[in-house]
Every structure is written in C-alpha cells, then in structure tokens.
Write a protein that binds this ligand. Sequence first.
Ligand code: GLV
Ligand code: GLV
Length: 323
Amino acid sequence: QLMKVFVTRRIPQEGMRILTQAADLDVSVWDSDEPVPRAELMKRVAGINGMLCLLTDRIDAEVLDAAGPNLKVISTLSVGFDHLAIDEIKKRGMRVGYTPDVLTDATAELTVALLLATARRLPEGVDEVKSGGWSSWKPLWMCGYGLSGSTVGVIGLGRIGLAIAHRLKPFGVKKLLYAGRAPKPQAAEVQAEYVPLDTLLTESDFIVVSCSLTPETKGLCDKAFFSKMKKTAVFINTSRGQVVNQEDLYEALSSGQIAAAGLDVTTPEPLPTDHPLLTLKNCVVLPHIGSATYSTRGTMAELAANNLLAGLRGTAMPSELAL
Ligand code: GLV
Ligand code: GLV
C-alpha cells in the first residue's frame, strides 16, 4: 500500500524529484504557483498520510480533521511554524518537519540588504533618477544613516539573528545589543550585550527584529515600542508581520517619531497596494523574500521532502520540530 502525500504548491524540482522517485509514495500536487484555495485544501487532504505545506497554508484543527487519522507527518517548507496549530498537531500524535539552518545565510543577507536599502534610501533614489527628480549632486539631498560607529539592536538572537549580527559587524558597528527571552551563549561570537528591551530601544540606531511569532511577540512593536526609539533610528523586520502593529508603525513613520522602516513581512501578505504604509517614502516594503535565492529554495525543498519521507518511513527526520 502506497503512502499518500499532498504537496500544497509547485515546489523546486530538488524536492519534487525526491518525492516522485520514492517507490512507496503516491504523490499529489496542487500544481500552481498560487496558494491552494481553502476549500480545495480541505478536499485534497482527505485520507492522506503526509503533507508538504507552505507558510501560506493555515494548518488548523479543521484541516487536520478533514485529513483524518491517517495523517502522520506535516513537513513545512519554512523555518517559521506559526501557520501550524502545534497544540492540535501534538494532540494527534503527528510529527512535524521544518527547514531551519539552510535558509539562515540567505535570510541574514536579505536583512542586511534591506537595512542598507532603507537607511541609505535606495528605492527612493532609484525613483528620483527615473522620474527626473535628480537635478544635481546636492550636499543636503538624499542623506540617510550609516552603520559605521552605530549601535545595532537585534530582537531575537537566534540562528538568523546571530547571522545578521555577524554580517553587520564588519560595517563598523560600535555596539551590538540584543534582547529576548534569555541570554544566549553564542552572543559572545559577536560580542553582543544582553539588555532589557527598553535599553535596546532607547540606545539603538538600527533595530532588527528577528524573533519568531509567538503569543509573547505578537504586536510587540507597538506605539509604546516606537515611542522609545530614537528619532533617527531605523526599524527592520524580516521575521513575521504580526510582530508589528502596523497602524502604530505608520503613525511613528509619518510623524517623524522614527526615521525609517524596512519590512520583508507584513500583515496581511500581500499588503494591499493602497495600504497607507506604501505611501510613505521612509518605508521600504519587500514581498517576503528572505530565503529567496535559487539555491536556498532548492535546498529547502530537498530538506522538506526528506523530512516528509523520513517521517512517513518512521526514521529520523533531518530537521524535526521538537513539539
Ligand atoms: C520564511 O518566512 C520562513 O519561515 O521560512
Ligand atoms: C562624492 O562623489 C565625492 O566626490 O565627494
């Protein structure tokens, strides 16, 4: 009897090849680049043994019930797992695979790119060139903020946060601060100092959010948070949109409470094209592309496929989420 798996999207062939070549699998795919509609997802999961899903699929009790008791393994093509109802999954005795580590470098690199693009106003500058707003080299025009001599605060010094810190240090950062649930021994690698969140907010010139979305971090970046930041500080978020209260961020950016923001993640995704944040010159929004290099997405797909296979075969997953 073949094990039935459902893949909720077209994924890189590095992952697809592993699944289709496995003789013990019966693979079905939502063969599209767009998300599977909820109703279709509910239908397609009926009777499956394993699922390879994306962060755009909300896997909750309703989906798990529609799948039925044969569903034993969920493998997500992401490091984040806030889209999975972990309590419900645990209750049903399922195993979960995810893709940490393989996307750390790509995501840290994108974070640095977004930070520099935001602080040095690159999208605005490109627009000025194209629109004819560039009339001359001007001493007071298009000035931004640089990393040299600055204090950088990282909220959530996990795998990705640490990789960001490693990359920022060579730009001449004077001081690295971090805040989170507890001090991390690996902070010593980058001489980062563990401080209370309020200290990080008041002292940092750049604030980088790299924590996971949990009940404690949901809405963490709100009016009180932004009001403690320097007026010259730059805010960067490459974790999850829901860590930020976007109305409060809009207010902080439009009133000059903070200098600028760079976001790779928003609420919702995609952000509607008429969203107020998109009217601001000091806000750079990217379409959630932290891990988007060809090679990283290929490796993620390979890992997600191997996690799924191992879970179904009852062997050790390369990256199993501890539930
Ligand atoms: C991307 O946001 C991921 O969780 O992999
Ligand atoms: C800038 O181009 C300078 O020469 O200062």
